[in-house]
Design a protein around this ligand. Sequence first.
Ligand code: R5P
Length: 287
Amino acid sequence: MFVVGGSAGVDIAKRVVDIFDEASLVSLKRKRFPDKEFYVRILDDLKGKDVVVIQTSYPDENLVELLITMDAVVEAGAKSLTVVLPYFSYSRQDKKFKEGEPVSARAVAKMVSVYADNVISIDPHKDYILDFFDAKTKCCSAVGVLADHLKSLDVDFVLAPDKGALERAKSAAGIIGCDFDYMQKTRIDGNTVEIKPKQLEAKGKTVAIIDDIISTGGTMAKSIAELKRQGAKKVIVSCTHGLFIGQALEKLKSAGCDEIIATDTILSNYSKVSCAPCIVDALKDLL
Ligand code: R5P
């Protein structure tokens, strides 16, 4: 199996090749033309081979790079093309919320489906968005690798920032061997919404909040501030996809966050955990 690492996927691609004996990394020539358009040339012979392209489709320039790289793989005569989208961009616009809007996740999926036979994505915002692909799909989760990391941090309980994310907190807690809960929102009056753990007391505890995405940091910051108000000893935030838009990191820190943990689906200084083992398992399953 031959693995192509796009510029927003090359670190994961190298890790995948390191732990998967049957995989080797494809040599590429990659550059931007003076007008910033993307250029790629595959330097290995991929004729008749099973090829995997790993590339996060965020931000938009990485989506274009993915499309062009897939075209190069098909031109090179690959037998099959599996695309790994560590972070599937536009996944939160997964339905038409208002009249006149697109289903952006479907638009991205259709573009990728023009070339891909198989698609693997990690913690997509909702599992059903993988149905937008015409290709065969496989969803994998970073909860296991995040929980393994959290295990060493003496976490008392894992918290989901809302009820919708409870399953994720439950699986992480199962691996760590601790309690779990979610932040419950209660409307007090027209202007006030109270948010606090549904059952557990944070006082004196080390709490790890787990979510799929941290974008502006607003969701996490509210939870952190409440946990600190309740006297939590330590609040750790963890997520699969750390977008950290704008002032997100400052927001988390000023809310009282003690530690930030993200994976390498989007590389940052907080990518403390790699998704490569989950991708290798998914590839073994799929291929
Ligand atoms: C929401 O459904 C997601 O799971 C995340 O909680 C949300 O996207 C995080 O966004 P932000 O960091 O901007 O609050």
